[in-house]
Design a protein around this ligand. Structure first.
Ligand code: AMP
Ligand code: MG
Length: 327
């Protein structure tokens, strides 16, 4: 893979993005997690356009992106001290806080819930856009519902080829997986989605987190069992079961693995470290989807905290793969 080139949209491109947003249009915004499909968070029609463009069910809430933590009080109410502590420690960065929503948050953004997801992104282009726009941007990942999140501008153009989205190219996303989501709206802080900000780093600041419980239902769409899915069937395979898989499928499997591929396995070796792997995973899944293989097999990464977000996405990608990603 070629090294990440420093891509910077021009001042003119950002100015056009601001005009698009002011007219209620959609802008693909690079963030450090994945690319977001952004609209003016104060414009309900624009927010509805996000759902329509993605084919996303109306009850799946969007994250509201803020230029800095001072905007928290406008968008949330009854903000607990823990939220200030986490904002101070991790913003700007890949952490979303779910708080009780203020009156300015339209229910269209929150899927009718009384809570709102808020984040201050770290990507310089997202920050420049937020500052130039002068307001908050509602944005989910810039992909069609249930599909693999985009980590480059080219991925966004694949998802929305019709030209209805103004795409800002900020280069490949640095993190490559969606943000960590912490729900601070209830009696106890809860991890809704693992991400680059480790649960242990959060616990070190605010105490124990409740862990995800899928039986509680899809509060965060990222928590649907089937999500982030390639079109081809994807299977998670333990290192110890590779021989068995090869026996069943001597050909036609596209393998992805942290570090070198196992013997007799064709496909793509990803970085052996969790950060490097996370950054390249979605692009690798897109290549696997587009390639000749009939199916994708991902070697199960190590079962430790550094890999928690990757594990989570692979399990969900496997559950939703093969074109059947109905929740
Ligand atoms: P996406 O990453 O494209 O799925 O979009 C944003 C993510 O943030 C989704 O998983 C949302 O469900 C989640 N999110 C946004 N607001 C809330 C909220 N109020 N409660 C729970 N999850 C939320
Ligand atoms: Mg998404």
């Amino acid at each position: 893979m070629p090294p990440a080139s420093p891509v910077v949209p021009t001042v003119e491109e950002i100015a056009i993005a601001v005009q698009v947003l002011r007219r209620g249009g959609l802008v693909a915004m690079p963030t450090e997690t994945v690319y977001g499909l952004a609209a003016d968070a104060r414009d309900v029609e624009a927010v509805r356009r996000i759902f329509a463009a993605k084919g996303r069910p109306a009850d799946h809430p969007l994250i509201v992106h803020l230029h800095d933590a001072s905007a928290l009080d406008l968008w949330a109410r009854e903000i607990p001290a823990s939220a200030r502590v986490l904002a101070e420690a991790f913003w700007p960065g890949p952490l979303t806080l779910v708080l009780r929503k203020s009156a300015v948050v339209d229910p269209a953004i929150t899927g009718g819930q009384d809570t709102v997801g808020l984040r201050v992104p770290a990507h310089p282009v997202a920050r420049a856009l937020l500052v130039a726009f002068g307001g908050a941007l509602a944005a989910p990942s810039a992909n069609r519902f249930g599909r693999i999140s985009p980590t480059t501008a080219a991925h966004v153009r694949e998802e929305f080829p019709g030209g209805e989205v103004w795409v800002l190219d900020g280069g490949p996303s640095e993190v490559g997986l969606e943000s960590t989501i912490i729900d601070l709206s209830g009696p106890r802080p809860r991890l809704l989605r693992p991400g680059a900000v480790a649960a242990s780093a959060i616990e070190a600041r605010i105490g124990p987190l409740e862990r995800p419980d899928d039986r509680a239902g899809p509060r965060a769409s990222g928590r649907l069992v089937a999500h982030y899915a390639p079109g081809k069937p994807l299977e998670l395979v333990d290192q110890a079961s590779v021989a068995e898989h090869l026996h069943l499928h001597p050909a036609g499997t596209h393998w992805i693995a942290p570090g070198p591929l196992p013997a007799n396995c064709a496909g793509e070796a990803l970085p052996a470290d969790a950060e490097g792997y996370a950054k390249t995973l979605y692009a690798a899944l897109r290549r696997a989807d587009a390639g000749d293989g009939l199916r994708i097999a991902a070697i199960r990464p190590p079962d430790d905290e550094a890999w928690a977000a990757v594990q989570d996405r692979l399990v969900r990608a496997a559950a939703g793969s093969g074109g059947d990603h109905a929740p």
